[in-house]
Design a protein. Structure first.
Length: 213
């Protein structure tokens, strides 16, 4: 598949400028990489959703049991395995905060698998997101994802990854300058970009996705 990186860069920059941001012309394009198979993407989305419940005080042993029951242990990252080996009350504030930000990564997965139609980088995750996800408290299984997810085409996700790459650059510039813009939230951009980078590069480990700009 041929990717027109110059045109994609121009489109991403236009979107950033239209939202009131700035762009860096020296920021290069991202080299095309091998996208993951749909099965792995769905499995990671299920893991993200399950692990997110720990932030909301779900017992780690309950989450570990759900993950094991649905044969997802092989899709856990090293950090996630370490978290599940302890009790919820033993987790640090930082570990719980890291799990909270899974909500943004999960939103990117829902977009990448056609569960939702749009992922506006200027807006946070809507309250309706929970309705698309398995409700572990209600003892729901994995069907909401396994039956409803279908991975978007390579070029669509590549374009979105490029957009978030450039959005994150501006968000980071704002942070370094000690200012902010709700339309360019750094944490939101970072977590969604991490999800897109992982989906688009089958060589990456979840705990070590590079997010340089």
């Amino acid at each position: 598949m041929r990717i027109d990186t110059d045109e994609i860069k121009k489109a991403s920059e236009a979107a950033v400028l239209e939202a009131g941001g700035k762009v860096c012309d020296r920021l290069p394009y991202i080299e095309p990489t091998k996208m993951r198979e749909e099965e792995a993407v769905v499995a990671r989305a299920l893991v993200l959703n399950a692990m997110l419940n720990i932030y909301f005080e779900a017992p780690t042993e309950v989450i570990a049991a759900w993950i094991s029951h649905h044969d997802l242990n092989s899709f856990l990252s090293a950090k996630e395995k370490a978290i599940l080996s302890r009790k919820t009350e033993e987790l640090t504030k930082q570990e719980k905060l890291d799990l909270y930000w899974y909500i943004e990564a999960l939103w990117a997965f829902l977009w990448a698998t056609n569960v939702v139609d749009e992922m506006d980088f200027t807006k946070p995750v809507p309250d309706t997101m929970a309705s698309f996800c398995p409700n572990l408290e209600a003892d729901e299984g994995d069907e909401k994802f396994t039956k409803n997810m279908s991975l978007r085409e390579y070029d669509a996700i590549y374009k979105e990854r490029d957009l978030y790459y450039r959005v994150m650059w501006y968000a980071r510039e704002l942070s370094l300058a000690g200012t902010s813009d709700p339309g360019f939230d750094l944490d939101r951009a970072m977590e969604r970009r991490k999800a897109l980078e992982w989906i688009m590069d089958s060589e990456l480990e979840w705990d070590d996705v590079p997010l340089g700009t």
